[in-house]
Design a protein around this ligand. Sequence first.
Ligand SMILES: Nc1ncnc2c1ncn2[C@@H]1O[C@H](COP(=O)(O)OP(=O)(O)OP(=O)(O)O)[C@@H](O)[C@H]1O
Length: 314
Amino acid sequence: MTGNAIEIEGLRKTYAGERGEAPKEALKGIDLTIPQGSIFGLLGPNGAGKSTLINILAGLVLKTSGKVKIWGFDQDVNPRQSRASIGVMPQELNMDPFFTPRAALEVQAGLYGVPKGQRTTDEVLRMIGLEDKAGAYARSLSGGMRRRLLLGKALVHNPHVLVLDEPTAGVDIELRQMLWQNVRRLNRERGMTIILTTHYLQEAEEMCDEIAIINHGEVVVRDETRNLLSRLDRKTLVIQPEGPAPETLPLPAGVELDRRAGGALAFAYSPSATAPGEILEAVREAGIRIRDVGTEEPHLEEVFLDLTRSRPAA
Ligand SMILES: Nc1ncnc2c1ncn2[C@@H]1O[C@H](COP(=O)(O)OP(=O)(O)OP(=O)(O)O)[C@@H](O)[C@H]1O
């Protein structure tokens, strides 16, 4: 093992065009490694290729070319081992309405060849909070319960790598917290590597150690979350003046002023070009007395927009 849970090299996927449409190049040569034990975020705008990538990892979509290793097992050389190393919680809620949660978990374990004596169905049911519903028909489960069951199904074979495709899209706060608690615990206690896609950038910022942003089938950036956030050479200095600020305020070049509700003055600046002291100096020279001062760091949302905006498809 190399210390990587996932190794992807030159991964390409071209979908055949349907009914006279041109073929669609969804992945254009992805190189990506995901370290063991990390919580890794896969982000990108709609249609970027995230689901295609995840479905290839899950063995649900055939790649066009490239190499995929899961837990050290090459998908083409050791398909069984690589499949056994990964569990995927899909986006869709399609499940057999006549299976009870217990039966659904047992069938799934059977599909993965987990011997009866080694199954942990009760433990999984407890973990996803469905013990009370273990014998209920799936069709009588709420949307949130179905989603928890999908998480359970991804865990029956105790995989090294757990992939969550948009796990919290459209779920309520309570379920979201429960999902994240479970995911954190699996990561901490079992060392499970977690890969997730999410549209909630704040969630990715809070949850993920590392992030890759995909756009138009290519990885545009991959870095530790904290490095990604410090990449944007933009900060904001917020000053609350004692009284009303004057109309005009001479500022160092490149500094932009935004007057906020409540009279606060927000100065956006590039730390590489301007020191915050220069802004404070300018404020004092304008005769403004400062009541309070603080800084705001950029958020992942800004990094994301910066990297994916105004880049047309090649
Ligand atoms: N089965 C398919 N046949 C043809 N084209 C497809 C197929 N599946 C996906 N695509 C196309 O491939 C591209 C990538 O799609 P994919 O679903 O992987 O993106 P995504 O990043 O997961 O998007 P979203 O966030 O909307 O789920 C899109 O242009 C999509 O239309």
